[in-house]
Design a protein around this ligand. Structure first.
Ligand code: ARG
Length: 459
């Protein structure tokens, strides 16, 4: 069984139905319908403006297209496989509505420049939305940072206790990462904001079109300078998916930390009931599903990036049907990144609490002030490397005796080195250890206050 197809009289029979289904993109590119209509309206205006069609015809096309939009919004337009893709679906419905004039819409255009236009319009919107999701996430971070400037948290390297930190400093690290994400998306927006409309199938068109006119209608900043490049380029989509992957890297690292922090072993945060789930069998459990899902979903965004890169690498110029495969990865990336940013923002806003008591105990009970003992000696003129070796010995003795550094008597300190005085105790309190790291960008409270102020200005 074959069905009648839309292309031209060159074809004697229709497509095999299984092949028709295989070929169709309507199942997913329907997501682009509003952008397709907007692009077509601009194209119709340009056709009328240049006299390629009459202004009456232009008006009929535009109001017909808006009617199609209306029908879609009211749920009355439900294209199927027979329509192949969103571009054919819109054109077909337009022609049903306005008659033969509808058949003039595709003058001086190809689906190749059309789909390129649609996907750029779509991504432009999505990029701006994701940027505002990022700002909300950052606001949530800052709200915590604000109240935790002087809350201390162990800082780790190699996941070993290293030096204590201001909790705000730790959270502001994520602010900085996501600030770069936000900036990066802004740069990618600029490269997405170029119009391929009017590149035609690949070579331009014989009609006296005005590409700048339609670009301006669609608020594109410029037009593609080369028609082949215009219909073939998906760099912007790859860049977007790469930027999205980096957002996911950052969210996933925070997720990993939250999962650790929520464990009984760390106990640095408590998850609230609104953002945690239980186990079906172990009644005592409260699981950090949100950060776990974010960490898990990171993989699919990386996968989408890999898929897009691989999709493009062997394509000869210009359009190839392979390009139809770009869409699902792009849509999935957008949906995943937005979903994760939203969920993490909610988690920060209402789903967790830092356990200040546990955090304070944690920084009191380790050797993460050892560097400060060495710095203390270095401050008294002992060469740092010598001081470092000496403190290593002290820690070894303390470990053997089950003692913390603060538990050594002054006599014990002075036996180790005569430079130690009574102020050593004050110098190694966690609060002091943190506040003393007042170098630019460090965790010292003054630095953190300044960083917080700057961060707020960037919101
Ligand atoms: N559905 C197609 C896509 O997404 C539209 C472009 C079709 N162009 C073509 N020459 N067959 O890529």
């Amino acid at each position: 069984m074959t069905e009648k197809k839309t292309w031209s009289d060159r074809f004697e029979t229709g497509l095999n139905p299984t092949i028709a289904l295989f070929n169709a993109s309507i199942g997913f590119d329907i997501e682009l319908i509003e952008y397709d209509i907007t692009g077509s309206v601009a194209h119709a205006k340009m056709l009328a403006h240049t006299g390629i069609i009459s202004s009456e015809e232009g008006e009929i096309l535009i109001s017909g297209l808006e009617k199609v939009r209306q029908e879609y919004r009211e749920g009355k337009l439900n294209p199927g496989v027979e329509d192949e893709d969103v571009h054919f679906a819109v054109e077909k419905r337009l022609t049903q509505l306005v008659g033969d004039v509808g058949k003039k819409l595709h003058t001086a255009r190809s689906r190749n420049d059309q789909v390129g236009t649609d996907i750029r319009l779509y991504l432009r919107d999505q990029i701006q939305q994701i940027r505002s999701y990022l700002k909300e996430f950052q606001t949530a971070l800052i709200n915590h940072a604000q109240i935790h400037i002087e809350t201390l948290i162990p800082g780790y390297t190699h996941l070993q206790r290293a030096q204590p930190l201001s909790l705000a400093h730790h959270l502001l690290a994520y602010f900085q990462m996501t600030q770069r994400d936000w900036e990066r998306l802004g740069e990618i927006y600029e490269r997405t904001n170029i119009s391929p409309l009017g590149c035609g199938a690949l070579a331009g068109t014989t009609f006296p079109i005005d590409r700048y006119f339609s670009a301006k209608e669609l608020n594109f900043k410029d037009i593609y300078a080369n028609s082949l490049d215009g219909v073939s380029d998906r760099d912007f989509a790859i860049e977007f998916t790469c930027a999205a992957s980096l957002i996911m890297v950052h969210l996933s690292r925070l997720s990993e930390e939250m999962i650790l922090w929520a464990s009984q072993e760390f106990g640095f945060i408590t998850l609230k009931d609104s953002c945690a789930t239980g186990s079906s069998i172990m009644p005592q459990k409260k699981n950090p599903d949100v950060p776990e899902l974010v960490r898990g979903k990171t993989g699919r965004v990386f996968g989408n990036l890999q898929a897009l890169l691989t999709l493009m690498k062997g394509l000869p110029l210009a359009y190839n049907k392979d390009l139809q495969e770009d869409k699902e990865g792009i849509f999935d990336t957008v949906k995943t990144v937005k979903g994760c940013l939203e969920a993490m923002t909610i988690l920060l806003n209402e789903g967790l609490e830092f356990r200040c008591d546990r955090l304070q105990n944690a920084v009191e009970e380790d050797y993460s002030n050892a560097t400060d003992v060495a710095d203390y000696l270095a401050g008294k003129g002992v060469p740092f490397r010598e001081a470092y070796n000496l403190v290593g010995k002290v820690v070894k003795t303390c470990l053997a005796g089950g003692k913390l550094l603060k538990e050594l008597t002054l006599e014990e300190w002075q036996n180790l080195h005569p430079a130690f005085e009574n102020d050593i105790y004050e110098a190694i309190t966690p609060q002091r250890v943190v506040s003393a790291r007042n170098s630019a960008g460090g965790t010292g409270f003054d630095q953190v206050r300044q960083a917080l102020k700057k961060a707020k200005e960037l919101l």
